[in-house]
Design a protein around this ligand. Structure first.
Ligand SMILES: CC(C)(COP(=O)(O)OP(=O)(O)OC[C@H]1O[C@@H](n2cnc3c(N)ncnc32)[C@H](O)[C@@H]1OP(=O)(O)O)[C@@H](O)C(=O)NCCC(=O)NCCS
Length: 176
């Protein structure tokens, strides 16, 4: 990399850092709760942010959408990661009436601590994701997900249990 390219790169990085600080301060004031060390990347779309709470060390990557209607909040625990373009949708049209009226049905979404939601996964209204669960990229989650499980597909189904470090530690002790 030549000197000019390096200088341009460094200025770009600095501008990115400043934008990131401003954005996170903005959300710190708007969200119902914004935990220490959480980060919201560029291009994230959050409707009614005052209806969203976020624990500590949460990472929300680019172009994630969070739809949290007034009557259906989104609660995100500590250490959660939402990968690129994932969507949390607490509402949809009440299609049994005339959709022209644009009436909505809404249910809250709860994401417990240390969940990872893969890129482009969609979490539908009323879903609770248990602690340490993983949602594979591109999945559509229609039902609650048990803690320490990997789900994948459309609709997302159980694939396997996840070995947490405490489970691994217990097994290692048992193996000795
Ligand atoms: C889930 C994931 C992490 C793989 O984890 P893993 O522990 O290696 O899981 P495996 O590859 O053993 O897959 C387990 C099962 O889930 C299925 N599966 C994995 N990812 C899937 C996906 N995205 N969609 C559908 N099925 C999937 C596998 O086919 C396998 O199914 P089977 O047991 O019926 O054969 C990975 O597939 C994924 O989705 N990563 C997300 C990447 C991403 O979003 N990155 C953004 C940057 S942070």
């Amino acid at each position: 990399m030549n000197a000019l390219a390096k200088a341009i790169y460094l200025v770009g990085q600095l501008a990115k850092k400043i934008r990131s600080r401003v954005r996170n301060q903005y959300y710190r004031h708007l969200l119902r709760h914004f935990g220490e060390g959480s980060q919201i990347c560029e291009g994230v779309f959050i409707t009614t942010p005052w209806n969203v709470s976020m624990g500590k060390g949460v990472q929300i990557n680019g172009r994630v959408h969070v739809l949290a209607r007034e009557d259906a909040p989104v609660d995100i625990g500590d250490g959660v990661v939402l990968s690129y373009e994932a969507m949390l949708l607490t509402a949809g049209l009440a299609y049994t009436g005339k959709i022209k009226k644009r009436a909505h049905r809404a249910l809250p979404i709860v994401i417990e601590n240390d969940v990872w939601i893969g890129a482009r996964a969609i979490i539908l209204p009323g879903v609770r994701l248990g602690r340490n669960a993983v949602v594979a990229a591109g999945s559509v989650v229609t039902k609650d997900v048990a803690p320490n499980t990997l789900v994948a597909g459309i609709p997302a189904t159980f694939k396997k249990m996840i070995q947490t470090s405490s489970i691994v530690e217990q097994q290692t002790k048992a193996d000795r």
